[in-house]
Design a protein around this ligand. Sequence first.
Ligand SMILES: [Mg+2]
Length: 271
Amino acid sequence: MKTDLNIIAKTLRRKIIETSFRARIPHIGSCLSCIDLLVYLYWCELKINPLESENIHRDRFILSKGHGAPGLFQVLAAKEFFPLNLLEEFGKPGSVFHEHPPKPGYIAGIEAATGSLGHGLPMALGMALAERIQKLEYRTYAMLSDGECNEGSIWEAAMLASAQKLNKLTVIIDYNKWQATGRSQEVMAIEPLSDKWKSFGWDIQEIDGHDFSQIKDSFNKAKDESKPSAIIAHTIKGKGVSFMEDDNNWHYRIPNADELQRSLRELEDES
Ligand SMILES: [Mg+2]
């Protein structure tokens, strides 16, 4: 399993970078930090059938860090939620594929328009409550960025989720230690992040967000909890390309032709 997922993630890393180059879409660093988590979610965790993407019992996933959308779009295309060739329109006028996810109804598999940070978890909270009230059968997942934890709406939702004991709600925090303009800890001291979530009544796990074995174990453990779960995934922004790793310039930079080729060469090996 591990090898297969690594190969899938490497392939999608290449596609993210190629698309960024072609469509002039930024946020490569943010996409590469969370792509392993997205691959695990969509290949192993989420109960979603691309052929029934509106089934009322499907698991819900919200990419609250909406700027990771170029990564999510590649995942959804690979899982055949929509034809891969639609991504050739990425970034073009009239296309539904841009920097952030549009509202539901435009792209199969997208549950919420996000990118205005801090809104994804409150929406996921509502979906988790709806599951209980309507006696449906699904789990709800929201992926947050670390910088997004600056937002007050995150903590309002965190407080209500634990008050309601929403044990079918899982948050994944892509903790790559950066946000748009600097180190997350320097922009807004978010540490001790784990203690903060714990004090809000959540079960906490800290994992390596690039290790599929740890990712698997954390999602399995989250299912056994009687309260909401937060998986703090330690990641590397730009993971997979040596000259992008932990370099926050790749939050906004678009690769030039030489950087594109160097990236693709590094991601060539399928071992
Ligand atoms: Mg970050």
